[in-house]
Design a protein around this ligand. Structure first.
Ligand SMILES: NC(=O)c1ccc[n+]([C@@H]2O[C@H](COP(=O)([O-])OP(=O)(O)OC[C@H]3O[C@@H](n4cnc5c(N)ncnc54)[C@H](OP(=O)(O)O)[C@@H]3O)[C@@H](O)[C@H]2O)c1
Length: 228
C-alpha cells in the first residue's frame, strides 16, 4: 500500500548552516517543521533566528528550530544530509544512535578539483548515496536527490528556481514522500531516476554542470529533461 505523507513533516537539515542546507529551510519551512542541525547547537539556534528574519521579510511566518545534529536527527521524520563529502562519516556512522526509521536524503557529491576542472571521485561503493546507506542502520530509508539544481538560486527567495530533481532509491514509498516535497517547491519537477545504485549517474552530473558553467559562461546551470 502506498505510504501517505504526513501533512507536516519534521525535517532535520544536517549542514543546515551551509550553502545548500539554507535552500531546504527556506522552501520547506512554510509547510513543515524544520530543524537546523549543526555540530554546535548555539550556531544552529543563532542561524535559525537569522533565517526566520529573512523569511519574515519575505512574508513567510515560520518557526525554525536549531539544535545539535544528534538532537535534530533524533527529532525528525526525514533527514537531509547537506554536508561536504569528506564529513559523511561524521553525520552518519558517528551519529548512528540518533537514527531510527527516518527517510534520509543524500545530495552529497564526492568530487575533486583536478587542474582547471572538477571530476566525480566516487568511493568504492560506487556513490555517496550507497556509502551513506552502508553507514546507516538498515531501518533507515535512503533516497538520493537534489544534485542538479542551482544552489545559488535555491537559497534566494527573490529568484525563480527551475529544473528537474532526479530521485533515486530502493523504497518506492520513501521516493514518493520526497517527490511530494519537491512538488512543494514552486517550479521544480520531480523525476524518478530508478534504484539507489543509479545515484552515481546523478551525482556525476554536479561536476559536469560546474565544468559546463565555467567553460561556457552559463550562470547557475541546472538540468531539465526534454521530451522529444
Ligand atoms: N553547491 C552545489 O551547487 C551543490 C550541488 C549539488 C550537491 N551539493 C552537495 O551538497 C553538500 C553540501 O554542500 P555545501 O556547499 O552546502 O556545504 P558547506 O556549506 O561547505 O558545508 C555545509 C555544512 O557542513 C558542516 N560541517 C563542516 N565541517 C563539518 C564536519 N567536520 N562534520 C560535520 N559537519 C561539518 C557545517 O555545519 P556546522 O558548522 O554548522 O556543523 C557547514 O555549514 C555537499 O556534499 C555537496 O557536494 C552541492
Amino acid at each position: 500500500m502506498m505510504q501517505l505523507r504526513p501533512v507536516h513533516m519534521k525535517i532535520a537539515v544536517v549542514g543546515g548552516t551551509g550553502h545548500c542546507g539554507r535552500g531546504f529551510i527556506l522552501h520547506w519551512s512554510r509547510e513543515h517543521d524544520i530543524i537546523i542541525g549543526s555540530r554546535k547547537a548555539e550556531k544552529a539556534e543563532k542561524y535559525s533566528e537569522e533565517i526566520m528574519g529573512y523569511l519574515g521579510d519575505h512574508g513567510v511566518k515560520a518557526e525554525v528550530a536549531g539544535m545539535d545534529n544528534e538532537s535534530a536527527i533524533a527529532s525528525s521524520d526525514l533527514v537531509v544530509l547537506a554536508v561536504p563529502y569528506r564529513f559523511v562519516e561524521s553525520v552518519t556512522k558517528d551519529l548512528e544512535e540518533s537514527y531510527s526509521d527516518q527517510i534520509v536524503i543524500s545530495l552529497i557529491v564526492p568530487m575533486s578539483r583536478v587542474e582547471d576542472h572538477f571530476e566525480y571521485t566516487p568511493p568504492p561503493q560506487g556513490s555517496a548515496a550507497v556509502l551513506v546507506k552502508d553507514l546507516l542502520p538498515s531501518t533507515v530509508k535512503n533516497v538520493s536527490a537534489f544534485h542538479t539544481i542551482s544552489y545559488t538560486v535555491f537559497q534566494d527567495l527573490d529568484r525563480t528556481l527551475s529544473g528537474d530533481v532526479v530521485i533515486c532509491g530502493d523504497d518506492m514509498a520513501s521516493k514518493e514522500v520526497v517527490a511530494d516535497l519537491v512538488r512543494d517547491i514552486k517550479n521544480l519537477r520531480t523525476l524518478d531516476g530508478g534504484p539507489l545504485k543509479m545515484a552515481a549517474q546523478v551525482e556525476g552530473l554536479t561536476p559536469l554542470l560546474l565544468n559546463i558553467s565555467r567553460l561556457n559562461n552559463i550562470k547557475d546551470a541546472g538540468i531539465s529533461v526534454i521530451e522529444g
